[in-house]
Design a protein around this ligand. Structure first.
Ligand code: AMP
Length: 464
């Protein structure tokens, strides 16, 4: 099936887990999840276990809205030894409390909770098969399909059950699971989505990004490897492989460009350092005759600083961000999006007036942000606006866990750079080259499908 016809399943998320990190475990999970809030603002949740009982707090909203102090007390009340958490952004079509994670199942002798970041591509078929066998589903989430498969095999032991279940699903995912007193973390065999392992006291922590560890006071040990399954129980930590042969790594390049927080270390590279190099290389490739360089907060700022350093132009705080407005995208509907851009970024007239400005942005997706921004910069007195993008044109939808619109809404998929320049009203517009990007991320083995349209793994989402 041609990719363009597929529905891009959108599920940007963050996951966290902790094992034996002390009596403050729910609080530490809360803090860690709070640091991952940028990975999803639609719903949040924490599940904890003492090995026999499970407590859960989850629902729509920000971490601070969902996990209230009353919830934290409730989570503490069972004296938990392990727990997991999740923040989620899904599509407008499946918004709602029912799809908040972690998802749980309780059975006669125990319980299980699962939280997942990613997209699975063959779950419709598995769901149909399970339904034909009498299984009832509470949510529309892929995560519930995995949870059901694991529950099915759990008599074979949790490790085998997870391996067997995951050998049936295809897609991009990083997940954390607690089963009674065992904690399991898995990164899919291609390592599309990030996942890191850390140490806190004599216990362990797992998270989508290492910035969560900094907040928790934990130490980063290493990335969970593609196809690795980490098992933590009373015997300590051990590592197993997922079933099947070893395959190539395809970790997401967009985590560096936009998604991850700058203080995180993803696959061994600090995100801030990468973004700064992107800006430096961009300045070498695409210089501009201007007076000042400004960045679009947050993701564009380190690249703008890199651009300024390389070009010798002064960096100025030309756009001031209102910290209380969420990410531009994290609000379905175009009119809401326009409003949010205006609410979120205010041009600083004091530094812009009478200046020729280079504005550095991490990406252009639909073009909404850039268009509104350039108008606002001119209104604030900028005499020229030269837009520089610290990534190559975004030309193809992501099927591996980043929320992007369909190809028809991606401006770079339909128009030339000159046409986009005219649409957004810039005096000049230029993008970083793919070679330039790869210079700044020299580790190799990254998925570049959104920038090349070449998908490393066949996407085979069956329709219902
Ligand atoms: P647009 O306004 O549609 O061109 O989107 C570009 C803006 O959205 C830039 O400021 C990016 O930082 C941001 N962005 C890019 N990709 C995503 C994404 N997957 N989710 C949320 N925001 C994004």
């Amino acid at each position: 099936m041609p990719y363009a016809e597929l529905d891009a399943l959108k599920e940007e998320c963050g996951v966290i887990a902790a094992y034996e990190v002390g009596e403050d475990l729910p609080w530490l999970l809360y803090i860690g999840l709070f640091a991952l809030q940028h990975r999803g603002e639609e719903s949040a949740g924490i599940a904890v276990s003492n090995g026999r009982q499970l407590e859960l707090a989850r629902g729509p909203g920000l971490v601070s809205e969902v996990v209230t102090s009353a919830c934290l007390q409730q989570l503490h009340s069972i004296k938990p030894r392990l727990g997991i958490g999740h923040v989620r952004y899904g599509t407008s079509s499946d918004m709602g409390a029912d799809n908040a994670q972690p998802l749980i199942v309780r059975y006669l002798q125990g319980s299980m909770a699962l939280a997942l970041n990613g997209n699975l591509t063959n779950t419709n078929r598995i769901r149909r098969e399970l339904e034909e066998n009498g299984q009832i589903f509470q949510t529309t989430s892929d995560t519930e399909v995995i949870l059901n498969l694991i529950a099915r095999y759990r008599r074979e032991g949790i490790v085998t059950a997870v391996q067997r279940a995951l050998s049936q699903v295809q897609g991009a995912y990083s997940l954390v699971l607690q089963s009674d007193d065992t904690l399991i973390a898995v990164r899919d065999k291609h390592g599309f989505r990030p996942l890191v392992l850390g140490r806190l006291g004599s216990g362990y922590v797992i998270a989508s990004e290492s910035c969560a560890f900094d907040a928790m006071g934990a130490e980063l040990i290493r990335d969970v490897l593609p196809g690795e399954m980490i098992i933590i129980d009373q015997n300590g930590l051990r590592s197993e492989r997922l079933l099947g042969p070893e395959v190539e790594r395809h970790s997401c390049i967009f985590e560096y460009i936009y998604f991850a927080r700058v203080d995180s270390v993803v696959d061994g590279l600090n995100v801030h350092a990468v973004r700064r190099s992107l800006g430096r290389i961009l300045a070498q490739e695409q210089p501009a005759a201007a007076d000042i360089v400004i960045g679009v907060p947050d993701s564009g700022v380190p690249a703008a600083v890199g651009y300024a350093l390389e070009s010798g132009l002064p960096y100025e705080e030309g756009l001031v961000k209102n910290r209380y407005v969420g990410r531009t995208f994290i609000s379905p509907g175009q009119s809401q999006r326009n409003l949010k851009v205006r609410l979120k970024l205010n041009p600083n007239r004091h530094v812009l007036e009478g200046k020729r400005v280079v504005v550095v942005e991490d990406s252009i997706v639909r073009g909404t942000t850039s268009r509104n921004l350039i108008r606002a910069l001119r209104d604030a007195g900028a005499t020229e606006v030269h837009m520089r993008i610290s990534s190559p044109p975004y030309i193809a939808p992501c099927y591996y866990g980043i929320d992007t619109p369909s190809a028809s809404e991606l401006v770079a998929a339909k128009y030339s750079i000159e046409e986009i320049r005219q649409m957004i009203g810039a005096d000049s517009l230029a993008f970083l080259s793919l070679e330039g990007l790869l210079k700044a991320v020299p580790i190799g083995g990254n998925c570049l499908s959104c920038l090349t349209g070449k998908y490393p793994v066949q996407v085979c989402q069956e329709r219902n």
